[in-house]
Design a protein. Structure first.
Ligand code: GLN
Ligand code: ZN
Length: 783
């Protein structure tokens, strides 16, 4: 770039929720899938949403014309968007492309959701958030080609409305670091090897953006902060130079802003500083101010705009605005050009506290959702320009809210704190595994027991009944009656299917965390606080603001009713402490471990009550164990210590006869394998179908020796696996895991699926299991 770069805006955000204040995008996308609206109608809704977002952001204080407003709309996922933009389609989807290699909306969704025997892209957690992205598949010969139409159209749409926005794309290094090697690639091939082939496509994109009038482009490079990526760090750092020296050297391009959310850049910072990029975004919430810089790096940074990510994009607390401002000004020692932003995209938080008319007003005054955070960024940006005095009132108001929160009743409850203080080592352990296996023999389970993960499809009738209960149109007794009917249907269905360990189906749960949050003290729930989890799926995290305790049993009536209907063992179903924390917005005024142990004690009491009610198998779901794992290695041991400890505290009181299960939904075991062993659950179910049982090999080599159920049915897709497919997955698992410890189950709960596909899939699972049991049955003794 030859001309001087345009000034970076004083205040910006890295991204904004795209699902819509009332989940308009979710509804439109799902209607399109159902065939009830056309692609044009879906596009119109999306365009209206983008227009509303731009106007809202401008009203909240981001300027219209200086690239302050990022273009972070997505129909499904930003990584998928990037894959489509650079033409990186897996070969099985090559047929979706038009003659130029581009895909239309229907094709785009097919890659996300699969069709027939063509599995969708794998899905995995985005850094340490609860957002899931689609994993690109890159082969040694993937041909990258640019398809910038969508990005250009969105930029032009904003321009026509009088805005100069900032296009946002996942950066080339992160794109490849998050990708997996396509099936059939030679062993040892790493997608990052393709960087030199990919960069020219980004170069062409930047050229077209410049031509369209974009002044700044944001390239998201969060992978640079992560130490949980399976590529040699030296290679990662080197890739920064390869990519950004090349892009920086382009004749015609917008100014480049590289954002690095979710942590500190560490050794990637000098590498990035040495490239010609004009602005670097630092996450000053997770990472500290960069220190110990060598003179060359300090000199390069002084010539760039440093974008201070000081407003936490990942939580909902109003926080300490004065401290945030101090961090911004501290950054001014490194460069005279400093701007304010959120630490991450705001895609992790709901839209607006003002929508929550039923929230306690005192609690509401401690909170900031996306819109409030945009307001905070704007205030801090104004402080940068006009000086601290100009924003003194806003800083003082935030400090007052913080002090109010600190002294409010319920934030610290002495009885909860005393119980925690009295815990000893014995509270965290059960008797040995062998002894438990012997005690649990009376459960009378066959080899390869079949079970499900807990939830059955949440039908429209179930949701309608809950909505009517909330509106007061159904009495609690009527609602309970309907849920009991549903439980009975689910129990009979499982009996008919021939499953071994039954579940009650969780119809009474709106959400596996919110259900408990509503019954525990210390939590609040929101009405419209939805955040995108993946694609069109959203969750509504609860707010964990105070000390946690259990006023009354939470699941015992449902589970014992379900058990009363059948002779088969009924699994009690609880959500574990780590997952309750991970999928809530958690207080930030004490260590997470302390909060987790409070939740664990409440669950421990629940387990004791379930045992008294005759429940002999209890599953404590911890699907988020891996997700909360800190990205920096140095932080991991402490995390694994408190997370595993809280699970053990929750389950440590169970008698040997009680079979404790846990469920985890991801397949990259790697770093957490020891933690999973240390949970000491009798049986662990884990996602495995989409990754074709890769997890089984990890397990085999790790010496895991408790019960294990690798999922054989990918419930994230509407596809029904055939008997032969399930059987081959099971045979693969049985080759690695002894039949005495192998369980058979879907990847995850069934609540998002429909009944037709669920019943058919479960029938195939039972059939496949019978076939595998027969083929591995011990030979009949002779004589
Ligand atoms: N028991 C839960 C269910 O089946 C587990 C869901 C999950 O792991 N996310 O819905
Ligand atoms: Zn799961």
């Amino acid at each position: 770039m030859t001309t001087p770069a345009p000034a970076f805006p004083n205040a910006t955000i890295l991204g904004y929720p795209r699902i819509g204040r009332r989940r308009e995008l979710k509804r439109a996308v799902e209607s399109f899938w159902a065939g009830s609206i056309t692609a044009e109608e879906l596009e119109r809704t999306a365009s209206e949403l983008r227009a509303a977002t731009r106007e809202r952001l401008a009203a909240l204080g981001l300027s219209r014309t200086d690239s302050a407003i990022p273009e972070t709309f997505s129909y499904y996922d930003q990584v998928l968007d990037t894959a489509v933009t650079v033409g990186a389609l897996p070969t099985r989807f090559a047929g979706l492309a038009d003659e130029h290699g581009g895909v239309d909306l229907a094709g785009y969704f097919t890659i996300a959701r699969g069709v027939g025997d063509d599995a969708p892209l794998e899905m995995t957690k985005w850094f340490d958030s609860n957002y899931h992205y689609l994993v690109p598949e890159i082969a040694p010969d993937t041909e990258f080609t640019l398809h910038a139409e969508r990005i250009l159209a969105e930029f032009a749409e904003a321009q026509a409305a009088g805005f100069t926005t900032r296009p946002v794309v996942v950066g080339p290094v992160t794109f490849l670091l998050l990708a997996k090697a396509a099936d059939g690639a030679a062993a040892g091939f790493e997608p990052i090897e393709r960087l030199a082939d990919l960069v020219p496509v980004y170069a062409a994109l930047l050229d077209q953006l410049a031509e369209a009038g974009a002044e700044w482009v944001q390239l998201d490079e969060p992978a640079l902060v992560s130490e949980s990526i399976d590529v040699d760090r030296a290679r990662v750092v080197e890739s920064v130079a390869v990519a950004y020296d090349a892009l920086g050297a382009l004749e015609r391009r917008p100014a480049i802003f590289v954002a690095a959310p979710y942590g500190s850049l560490d050794d990637a910072l000098p590498a990035l500083a040495a490239t010609p990029v004009e602005a670097i975004g630092l996450d000053l919430v997770r990472g500290g101010l960069p220190g110990g810089l060598d003179p060359a790096t300090a000199e390069s940074l002084a010539a760039k705009t440093l974008v201070a990510g000081v407003v936490d994009g990942h939580n909902i607390w109003r926080g300490d605005l004065a401290a945030a401002f101090d961090r911004v000004t501290a950054l001014q020692h490194l460069s005279s050009a400093v701007a304010v932003s959120t630490s991450t995209s705001l895609q992790h938080v709901p839209h607006d506290v003002a929508d929550e008319d039923e929230l306690d007003t005192r609690l509401a005054s401690w909170l900031a959702f996306a819109d409030q955070k945009v307001g905070q960024v704007a205030v801090l940006g104004r402080g940068l320009v006009e000086g601290r005095d100009a924003i003194e009132d806003e800083l003082a108001a935030a400090s007052a809210a913080l002090a109010d929160r600190d002294g409010a009743p319920g934030v610290r409850v002495p009885s909860v704190r005393d119980r925690l203080a009295g815990l000893g080592e014995q509270d965290f352990a059960r008797v040995g595994y062998e002894e438990r296996v012997a005690a649990q023999e009376t459960l009378g389970l066959p080899e390869l027991p079949t079970t499900t993960i807990g939830s059955f499809p949440q039908t429209t009738e179930i949701r309608r009944a809950r909505a009517r209960l909330v509106k007061g149109e159904l009495s609690t007794a009527e609602y309970t009656g309907l849920m009991r009917d549903e439980i009975e249907r689910v129990v009979r269905l499982q009996e008919d299917l021939g499953l071994d360990v039954l579940v009650h189906g969780e119809p009474e749960r709106n959400d596996m965390v919110q259900y408990f949050a509503e019954l525990l003290d210390g939590f609040a729930v929101t009405k419209h606080g939805w955040v995108q989890s993946y694609g069109s799926r959203c969750t509504r995290p609860s707010i964990l603001w105070g000390d946690v305790s259990r006023p009354a049993p939470m699941t015992v009536e449902w589970s014992s009713y379900a058990q009363s209907l059948t002779e088969q063992p009924m699994k009690g179903m609880l959500t574990g402490p780590v997952t309750i924390l991970a999928w809530s917005f958690v207080r930030d005024d004490q260590p997470l471990g302390d909060t987790a142990r409070q939740v664990a004690l409440a669950l421990r009491d629940e387990i004791a009550d379930l045992e008294s009610a005759g429940i002999r198998i209890i599953q404590v779901d911890e699907p988020a164990l891996r997700e909360l794992l800190p990205l920096k290695r140095a932080d991991q041991p402490a995390y694994l210590d408190w997370s595993v400890g809280s699970f053990r505290l929750a389950t440590g009181g169970a008698v040997p006869e009680t079979q404790v299960h846990t469920h985890l939904c991801y397949s990259e075991f790697g770093v957490v394998i020891d933690a999973i062993k240390n949970l000491d659950a009798d049986v662990t179910s884990i996602e495995a179908a989409r990754s074709r049982m890769e997890v089984v090999d990890d397990l085999e080599s790790s010496g895991f020796d408790h019960g294990i159920g690798p999922g054989v049915y990918d419930i994230h897709s509407p596809r029904v696996p055939g008997v032969a497919e399930v059987q081959s997955l099971l045979e693969r698992a049985a080759g690695a895991i002894p039949a005495t410890r192998l369980w058979v189950n879907p990847d995850c709960g069934l609540k998002t699926r429909g009944y037709d596909e669920t019943v058919e899939s479960l029938r195939h699972i039972v059939q496949a299991t019978r076939a595998v049991r027969a083929s591995i049955a011990s030979p009949v003794p002779v004589g």
